[in-house]
Ligand binder design. Structure first.
Ligand code: HEC
Length: 192
């Protein structure tokens, strides 16, 4: 008898174990959420631009054109010359990084102009991110660079010229020497 009871208990136990995943699998489809992303859905969120300019969308703009867009869509938060705030200061501070009062701005700190395009394209204006057309992104990028004295008012920025800009602090970054961090360009750029 004792043996028979043990067998029954063991069988119930096994049934419970086998039963649990079955319950999970049986419930999943009833939620009806999620689906495999379609290629066009993936394309819509695949907006990354790398430092060498891969991923830049076709378009162009100058600081002269960007002034109007900047005044309308950026100035309330970043100030008329990018230095007044109230939000992040975008211009000035060049040469300050080695002083006792370092000021990190696009002009003093950012190593790549392509990152500026990527950031404005994906995150700005802060209250309506990703709503600007590619030409507007090139133009506001040009204007922020112009406010930093990095490009001229009529220099045309596009997917070819933007990656060629050498930012003032481009060589101010060093590789991370820790052996577990590795030295691949991808890892290096993640740390910059
Ligand atoms: C409603 C306010 C607002 C508007 C409008 C706005 N920004 Fe910003 N911006 C912010 C805030 C807040 C941050 C900081 C975000 C963070 O740190 O996550 C920021 C950060 C930035 C930075 C990064 C600065 C740095 O050194 O880290 C750039 C570049 C920038 N904005 C450009 C723009 C441009 C160009 C526009 C217009 C197209 C714009 N912003 C419009 C609020 C705004």
């Amino acid at each position: 008898m004792a043996t028979a009871r043990n067998v029954i208990a063991a069988l119930m136990c096994a049934a419970a174990v086998v039963g649990s995943p079955a319950v999970v699998f049986a419930q999943s489809p009833t939620f009806g959420v999620g689906h495999a992303p379609k290629p066009e859905e993936l394309k819509a969120i695949d907006i990354e631009v790398t430092p060498d300019g891969k991923g830049l969308i076709h378009g162009s703009g100058t600081a002269a054109a960007g002034k109007e867009v900047y005044t309308r869509r950026c100035e309330t938060c970043h100030g008329p010359t990018g230095q007044e705030g109230p939000q992040d200061v975008l211009a000035g501070g060049q040469g300050s990084l080695t002083t006792s009062r370092p000021q990190k701005t696009v002009g003093s700190y950012w190593p790549y102009a392509t990152t500026l395009w990527d950031y404005i394209n994906r995150a700005m204006p802060f209250d309506h991110p990703s709503t600007m057309m590619p030409d507007e992104v090139y133009a506001t990028t040009a204007y922020v660079l112009f406010l930093n004295g990095i490009v001229g008012e009529h220099d045309v920025l596009n997917e070819t010229t933007l990656p060629q800009i050498k930012m003032p602090n481009r060589d101010g970054f060093t590789s991370d020497p820790r052996p577990d961090v590795g030295a691949s360009p991808k890892k290096r750029s993640q740390h910059q």
